[in-house]
Ligand binder design. Structure first.
Ligand SMILES: Nc1ncnc2c1ncn2[C@@H]1O[C@H](COP(=O)(O)OP(=O)(O)OP(=O)(O)O)[C@@H](O)[C@H]1O
Ligand SMILES: [Mg+2]
Length: 381
């Protein structure tokens, strides 16, 4: 049987020139490229230089003997296969070399068949070791793939659960709006129709936002940066807030001027990101106990290089545990009415604009989000 793919380089070490000559010929017949040396001292640098997978060495040599050479080779390369040549009656030395990790030993005078068998054993060990290494690597790869798949499945499960929750909440509020519209029609009560209609419109808006968040989460979106006037962008954000707050007790103050210059952004995504932060401020104020009036400020300032959005609310605020998980995907304290995608998406969007979000909050007192967006994105989206 011919053994596949083992590099047939071999280092032969013996102090007797005749033996080196005869063995080199025999080994060449077996297909080996042989380099030879006359003792351990000359053999070691040769070994380190050519790194043959197999070494055949005499044990008894002047200078560095075979045992010493064996241990030096094994120290440099534990995988090297070293076959020892022993004289008659050197059984003790042979056993000592086997203890020192020699592959095999053959006795003088050398029988070529015995040599071939020893070499074949060495080659089989080399091949086995390679296969084992390949299997181990494959196994490691499989284990990694399995872990990735598990992660993927569990985040998919979490996403489905969270989204179903969100949609359930949205359906409840759509039902509520539709009920008002319907009963308003029946009773010819225009205000009730109007109230219901506003709820329907707002819920549709929330569904749109949820879809945008989900799309953002499931696909790596490509951003399209265009030059936008900061004032116009802020005005749109503020108008949206005013519409949302029409029938609520929350006071909203847009605090910015039209003279804020321009910045290069993906307006749809950045609007959604800031919208998510503003929505949270609304939720935080609505959860306020008692009659205390909710207040939300949107302040926008800018310098030569950056635009700063500040969203301040006097709502429920956050405990440190909530603050620490703010940007974690699917983290929500809102039960049915939150998916926990809002700030995760907002953070990603702002980061992809080269910006940063900073948050300060006190339980019971309120929260301040600060969003810095560079005028031109430093990172390529
Ligand atoms: N202004 C705020 N005041 C108090 N808590 C806040 C505020 N903003 C965020 N949070 C907390 O952070 C959590 C995560 O917010 P995030 O917007 O990611 O999810 P969500 O609002 O629960 O759901 P949705 O995906 O619908 O936005 C919220 O559940 C809430 O506990
Ligand atoms: Mg939110």
């Amino acid at each position: 049987m011919k053994l596949p793919n083992v590099e047939k380089t071999l280092l032969l070490v013996d102090d007797e020139a005749d033996i080196r000559e005869v063995l080199t010929l025999a080994l060449a017949d077996l297909g080996y490229r042989v380099t030879s040396a006359e003792n351990g001292t000359t053999a070691l640098p040769l070994f380190l230089d050519i790194r043959p997978p197999v070494v055949i060495t005499d044990i008894k040599m002047p200078g560095m003997d075979g045992i010493e050479l064996l241990s030096r080779i094994k120290a440099a390369d534990p995988d090297a296969e070293v076959i020892m040549i022993t004289g008659h009656g050197d059984l003790d030395l042979a056993i000592m070399s086997l203890k020192n990790q020699a592959t095999d030993f053959i006795t003088k005078p050398i029988n070529v068949d015995a040599l071939e068998i020893a070499l074949r054993r060495a080659e089989e060990r080399i091949i086995l070791r390679r296969q084992l290494k390949a299997y181990t690597e494959r196994l490691e790869q499989l284990v990694q793939e399995k872990a990735a798949l598990k992660d993927h499945l569990s985040s998919l499960g979490m996403m489905l659960g969270s989204i179903s929750h969100g949609i359930k909440g949205l359906l409840t509020s759509l039902d509520g709006g539709l009920y008002l519209v319907e009963s308003g029609f029946v009773r010819k009560h225009e205000d009730t129709v109007e109230e219901g209609w506003q709820i329907v419109k707002q819920t549709v808006e929330r569904i749109r936002k949820l879809m945008l968040d989900i799309l953002f989460y499931t696909k790596k979106r490509k951003f399209t940066f265009t030059q936008v006037a900061v004032g116009t962008f802020c005005k749109e954000l503020a108008d949206e807030m005013v519409a949302k707050l029409r029938r609520r007790k929350i006071r909203f103050r847009p605090l910015f001027t039209a003279q804020l210059g321009a910045f290069a952004i993906d307006a749809d995504y950045l609007r959604a990101a800031l919208g998510n932060i503003l929505d949270n401020a609304i939720d935080a104020c609505e959860t306020l106990e008692g009659e205390s009036a909710g207040q939300i400020d949107l302040r926008v300032t800018a310098d030569d290089e950056r635009v700063y959005f500040e969203v301040r609310d006097n709502g429920i605020g956050m405990e440190p545990a909530v603050l620490n998980n703010l940007f974690t995907v699917f983290y929500s304290t809102k039960g049915k009415s939150g998916t926990g995608l809002g700030l995760f998406v907002a953070n990603q969007v702002v980061e992809q604009h080269g910006g940063k979000i900073r948050v300060r909050s006190q339980p019971g007192r309120g929260t301040r989000f600060r969003v810095m967006v560079p005028r031109s994105p430093l990172v390529e989206a």
